[in-house]
Write a protein that binds this ligand. Sequence first.
Ligand SMILES: [Zn+2]
Length: 104
Amino acid sequence: MGRRKLLDEDQAKKELDSITKFSDKNQRLAWRRKRNRMDDLLKKMEPLNEEALKVILAKQPIMDEIEHVRQQMIKECVHPRDYLVHKGTHVLCKFCRSKIKVKS
Ligand SMILES: [Zn+2]
């Protein structure tokens, strides 16, 4: 990397211009219009992004509480009938993910 000499400013500018001139003026104009349209669309999105952020922030404490309650329910799981699946050698509780051995 260090092998490359720093270009002087004029040389660098000339090289950048030569790349730009590769496309004709109409192409460049059309592209710039699209870039402006892109900027407008992104600007249109801004208030929605702010709204989305507000929604995420409002959801967070509720999500935290849901997770807290869910963890308590797992800890105190009574293995309700409708969560039980018989796996042949054991019964799986789909709520707490416990494998429960059954005596036969
Ligand atoms: Zn369970």
